[in-house]
Design a protein around this ligand. Sequence first.
Ligand code: SAH
Length: 352
Amino acid sequence: MNKREIMGLDLPELQEALMSLGLKKFRAEQVFRWLYEKAAVSFDEMSNLSKETRALLAAHFTIAAGEVRVLKEYRSADGLTHKVLLGLPDGASVETVLMHHDYGYSACLSSQVGCAMNCAFCASGLHGFVRNLTAAEILAQLYYFQNRLQKTGDRVSRVVIMGSGEPMLNLEQVLKALDVLHHDKGQCIGYRNMTISTCGVVPGIEELTRQGRTINLAISLHAATEELRNRLMPVNRRYPFQQAVAAADAYEKMNGRQVMYEYILLAGINDRESDARALADVLAHRECVVNLIPANPVPEKGFARPDDRQVDRFFQYLKKRHINVTVRKEMGKDINAACGQLRASMIKEAKA
Ligand code: SAH
């Protein structure tokens, strides 16, 4: 018999699934807490269920967080970034990063295996798009870390969907996973502590606005003229960035949360004063913050990061124009934590 995946089921779905096995409805809440609050990775751990019930569940269900295997893992020299390449049961692999900030732990989750967006500077799409992740597989990434953290009384308190993949093209499963994490019988993570990052897929931003949660929105802008952005991000030919910015404005109106614009700095490509001016012209008077990201070099792509002086010049120009701007604190550079680099290196090794 093919077992069904239990992670990703919400409370009503869990009630239905368990009742169809002849179990009492209240068992669903117990199982829900084991999975999502206590981060259990096997039914054996569920000590308030009888041995028979645990065996029955194990005969019918798998728990994704207990099925993933670590294929590669790296810790940055400063110990603050821990990155894993997780192997999924079907042989696909995804990257997940845990970052230890002064305010707590934050998990960067992938939404797809590979990516179809083909941004010129990004490693995630190097080997094309494979498939969407299920809510179970998105949750399994977080619970892989949570299961370990809770042993020392720690927890993941922030979630960013900024790993590989374009979340707006898999929005239903992404939201399903985030809703489970938000649930007060799960991790109870506030939507305000979650961020979805998109390259600007307009219908996805609009759908998120209709749905009305207070999740933070990040837009990967990276260029503020149509000509340059068309070159760096093919998605711009389908959804010109002015449309994405307008959709982000509507989102900001809906939930009152400042939109974050990410801007990778690529030496000699989008880091000149004229680029900063174009960016300021687009964002001046908007409720937003710009996060500058000195590019992580991806050898296959041939882009370089600007030196610190150039980064600072860009930063100062935006400040002068009264734009809220920060420079991303670099974490895990020494372990290739830029999205997709770990998986790409493994595919390369496998081919060699
Ligand atoms: N597809 C979504 C989410 C994944 S990318 C999006 O585009 O937002 C997460 C962030 O990492 C994006 O801002 C992306 O542009 C950035 N990124 C990609 N390649 C990078 C690189 N080489 N160096 C630094 N940041 C990079």
